[in-house]
Design a protein around this ligand. Structure first.
Ligand code: 2AM
Ligand code: CA
Ligand code: CA
Ligand code: CA
Length: 264
């Protein structure tokens, strides 16, 4: 395969092309073309058309790689390398013209993200990383926060979309963090949350029930920015495991706090 640095640059340019399309469609959003995958699960032609464009161009850039994509517009071919794509992360924001959405493209080797690109067109911010190559925001190196205590932290999360068996534990964690941090934020785009962790805006991010396309790119960007990504057990089943904690110096303490309620 070609070197990761070159591929990263090519994917960056591609993500900006996708972002430009999304931004232009956002301004003229045709609300008649919104579909519902579930009660609170929206999708539009923009998600699907962006995904098709990305699949076509990524296939040309790296023909050996397979795909895992949110909208399932292509077959999930098996390969050592897999593109994991969320064409539009933050669709609900997008449909309400809230300028917090992005395109997220990760590349796995086996189960390990080795390249990630997140582009948020409304703020024109391009986050990227490749294994061993560091993480950048608009070309400049970024680093996670060095804050060491939860009390000195701004923490991002996402709300679950359905009730589930650990709802009580979940709400206790929320209650604890609401009252013992600088604050909690819920942006509505997991990829942007992870990008913001990578550049130190948030000390940490945690969420339950994420999908691989929400996090594949963000994981390697946080790791290459000097951060740590773990699951609620403190282990490494966070890409497909639906539980993720990412951050800088407070990750260990946050994991212990979450686990103390989750496994009570
Ligand atoms: P999306 O915009 O690509 O769907 C925020 O908590 C995350 O949840 C976002 O990454 C968002 O991705 C995802 N999300 C939004 N609606 C959802 C739903 N109904 N079920 C599961 N995930 C959802
Ligand atoms: Ca979706
Ligand atoms: Ca998503
Ligand atoms: Ca999406």
């Amino acid at each position: 395969m070609k070197d990761l640095q070159t591929l990263r640059r090519e994917v960056e340019i591609l993500s900006q092309k996708a972002g430009a399309f999304m931004k232009s469609e956002c301004q003229k959003m045709d609300k008649n073309r919104i579909e519902k995958k579930g009660r609170n699960d929206l999708v539009s032609y923009v998600d699907k058309e962006t995904e098709k464009m990305l699949v076509k161009e990524l296939s040309a850039l790296f023909p050996e790689a397979g795909f895992i994509t949110e909208e399932g517009t292509t077959e999930q071919r098996k390969s050592t390398y897999t593109w994991v794509i969320d064409p539009l992360d933050g669709t609900t924001n997008f449909l309400h013209q809230l300028p917090l959405y992005c395109t997220s493209i990760g590349l796995l080797k086996g189960d390990q993200p080795i390249l990630g690109v997140i582009y948020a067109p409304e703020t024109d911010e391009l986050f990227s990383a490749h294994q061993g190559g560091g993480a950048t925001r608009n070309g400049k190196p970024i680093h996670v926060s060095e804050a060491e205590t939860i009390e000195d932290s701004l923490i991002a999360t996402g709300f679950p979309y359905q009730r589930f068996d650990k709802m009580d534990a979940y709400l206790q964690i929320l209650d604890h963090l609401m009252h013992n941090t600088h604050g909690l934020r819920r942006l509505g785009s997991a990829a942007i949350d992870l990008a913001y962790v990578a550049c130190g805006r948030f000390e940490a991010f945690y969420e339950y029930n994420l999908k691989p396309w929400d996090v594949a790119a963000g994981i390697i960007i946080v790791q290459e920015a000097g951060g740590k990504v773990i699951d609620f057990d403190g282990q490494d089943n966070f890409l497909f495991g639906k539980q993720l904690i990412a951050g800088g110096g407070i990750v260990g303490d946050l994991q212990q706090l979450i686990a103390s309620y989750w496994y009570k």
